[in-house]
Design a protein around this ligand. Structure first.
Ligand SMILES: Cc1cc2nc3c(=O)[nH]c(=O)nc-3n(C[C@H](O)[C@H](O)[C@H](O)COP(=O)(O)OP(=O)(O)OC[C@H]3O[C@@H](n4cnc5c(N)ncnc54)[C@H](O)[C@@H]3O)c2cc1C
Ligand code: SF4
Ligand code: SF4
Length: 574
């Protein structure tokens, strides 16, 4: 890298002054000797002195700055130069992780499962994913895929479609058996909350040989996977099958138990050796405007929760206004269309480009017929004679100075309020934590009402009680809740006096050496908007066999090539 950098700078200089013209060329020659294994350690001092002369004496910025930057590199990587001279190889101590694995919060072995899918070994891919994430199906459909952000393939053409490859793996491997559990430890753990956070902890603790009971206040398991994310994005049969498979490890469930009320936290602590709390964020946030108590004003989470238990509202012929700009607002908007609404408007106080919702969700909602109304803030709800909502009044906004998060703050525009006729107003401006039960249990909560934990996920001031997921972080993502559940399982295992390891015996394919040509990314397709908006079937289509083979062939195997091969790369167990 240093050599290429110097060669580039040398080519760009005017060549009028000799320190730069000759000096940089000489540095390139010296580096060639190092790289060819044709040097002894004294060459490093010669390189340093030469670079220093160029830095001090070159007339222009290209020469002087090139030498200065090179000197910084030499200082930082001196050991790498020595390693080349002594052992003729790159240093074996570079701590550069594999981008996709590092950016997946659960550190799923992405190149490993991509290589397995490429070989048609989808069941092995699922087994490998489960080592770090027990929800491959769920994540194959709804993970926000942060792993793709810095995929190195982006330097060649475009990042891999990692999430869809995961979905292909689960679509092409039915009923992959779970691994056997470790011998029983005799320890009992209670998990409160059956969302992805709680179920992940239960899963890994069960694998470690502990006896697990999950307490859930609702009728069914899954948390926001069932009571938030709509079925047209996450098919319920797949969710049920994934949870059922996890329960096969012997996890017991106690449904319809509201912990903190039906049973107290201290009772659970006495009965079990440890307790893990993962309650999620289910409290509605209110708009705080006049008329919000009108009949027909409801929260998005309230509606989606009822849908989770099979109660879909009938909005036939109704005019719906959704307030908010995040993914929950998009789910409420797209669900309202499916509930038969005549017209759906999603009003958001900032610009469309500031909406936190994923671009594909916004575009999908528009394609299905929703109207997005950016830069309009709710002012009051208008009521009819019987207290029913008749309209939402909104104030047009103008963009103002940036807030602390770097987004332009909306301000009232010098324009009159607008009346949006409505029969239903859905509020989707975020969720908070339900704190009543926690307060009764004397939990330490922060300003937002989230549970305060230490670095080992122990609830501060409470021995043997751990917490994680959205009740600690506030609203986040599925994969973050899974990661919290995984970390909690590890902490609880240590607390109980064990150091179990989670590993899997899947042999990975050997990377192939072939030329990397520019190849476009396979973006999966969606069903036609006109068709899908009338039903609850899954919107996205999976990859075909041909697409999967093609897309998996684009992976650069950064676990073997590049710095990913070194320390900080693949982990065989956790
Ligand atoms: C509409 C919507 C759409 C979303 N879409 C996506 C998406 O596409 N991709 C994504 O990554 N994330 C998405 N999310 C976020 C994701 O669902 C959450 O980040 C994740 O479910 C949080 O997991 P958790 O285990 O912390 O909490 P939850 O999933 O909320 O689970 C908590 C569980 O605890 C139970 N519980 C609560 N209190 C008690 C009590 N006192 N006693 C017993 N049980 C209790 C609850 O009933 C619930 O089952 C979405 C969220 C919503 C609301
Ligand atoms: S779980 Fe999500 S972030 Fe992790 S590899 Fe899969 S798609 Fe990427
Ligand atoms: S090219 Fe493959 S291994 Fe490299 S970051 Fe992308 S998915 Fe990961």
């Amino acid at each position: 890298m240093a050599r290429n950098f110097l060669t580039l700078c040398h080519a760009q200089t005017c060549g009028k002054c000799s320190p730069c013209r000759i000096g940089i060329g000489q540095l390139v020659n010296l580096l060639d000797k190092v790289l060819d294994g044709d040097a002894d350690l004294s060459i490093i001092d010669t390189i340093e002195e030469t670079a220093q002369v160029v830095a001090d004496a070159a007339d222009c910025a290209i020469g002087a700055e090139a030498a200065k930057k090179f000197l910084i590199g030499l200082k930082e990587s001196r050991q790498d130069y020595e390693e080349h001279i002594i052992r003729h190889r790159c240093l074996d101590r570079v701590d550069a992780p594999i981008p996709c694995i590092a950016l997946c919060p659960a550190h799923v072995d992405v190149p490993g499962y991509i290589a397995l899918v490429h070989e048609g070994r989808c069941a092995d891919a699922v087994r490998l994913i489960r080592r770090d994430n027990p929800f491959p199906s769920v994540c194959g459909f709804v993970c926000e895929h942060p792993c793709e952000k810095r995929c190195r393939r982006g330097m060649v053409d475009a990042p891999l479609n990692i999430r869809s490859i995961k979905r292909y793996a689960v679509d092409h491997s039915s009923n992959v058996p779970q691994p056997p559990c470790a011998p029983s430890t005799g320890k009992r753990v209670a998990v409160v909350g059956a969302g992805p956070g709680g179920l992940t902890t239960a899963y890994y603790l069960a694998l470690m040989g502990h006896d697990i009971t999950v307490y859930e206040k609702r009728k069914q398991l899954g948390g926001m996977l069932r009571y938030g994310i709509p079925d047209y994005r996450l098919p319920r049969d797949l969710l049920d099958a994934e949870i059922h498979s996890m329960l096969q490890l012997g996890i017991k469930t106690r449904m319809n138990v509201d912990v903190g009320f039906d049973v107290l936290y201290e009772q659970l602590r006495q009965e079990y050796d440890a307790v893990f709390i993962s309650l999620g964020a289910h409290a509605d946030k209110k708009l705080g405007i006049e008329g919000e108590d009108a009949v027909g004003v409801m929260s998005a989470v309230q509606i989606l929760r009822e849908v989770g238990d099979g109660k879909k509202p009938d909005f036939t012929g109704k005019r719906v206004v959704v307030v908010g700009g995040g993914n929950v607002a998009m789910d409420a908007t797209r669900s309202s269309i499916r509930f038969g609404a005549h017209k759906v408007i999603c009003a958001y106080r900032r610009r469309r480009e500031d909406m936190p919702a994923l671009v594909e969700e916004i575009e999908g909602a528009i394609a299905e017929g929703a109207e997005i109304l950016p830069l309009h803030a709710p002012v009051r709800v208008e009521k009819g004679e019987n207290g029913e909502v008749t309209a939402l009044w909104v104030q047009p906004q103008i963009i103002g100075p940036h807030d602390t998060a770097g987004r332009p703050r909306p301000l009232n525009a010098d324009l009159p309020e607008r009346r949006l006729p409505a029969d239903v107003v859905i509020v989707a401006i975020g969720q908070g934590i339900e704190t009543e039960g926690l307060q009764k249990g004397n939990f330490q909560l922060d300003k937002r009402g989230t549970i305060v934990i230490d670095s080992e996920m122990r609830v501060v001031g409470m021995d043997g009680i751990f917490a994680g997921g959205e009740c600690v972080t506030g609203p986040a993502t599925v994969i973050k809740a899974i990661t919290a559940g995984k970390a909690a399982a590890s902490s609880i295992d240590r607390y109980l006096g064990f150091h179990h390891k989670i590993s899997v015996d899947v042999k990975l394919p050997v990377p192939q050496l072939y030329d990397i040509h520019g190849l476009g990314r396979v973006n999966t397709l969606e069903r036609d908007a006109d068709e899908r908006k009338h039903d609850y079937e899954c919107i996205t289509l999976g990859m075909s066999d041909q697409e999967a083979r093609y897309e998996t062939s684009r992976c650069l195997r950064c676990d073997h090539f590049g710095y990913g091969v070194f320390r900080g790369g693949r982990k065989e167990e956790w």
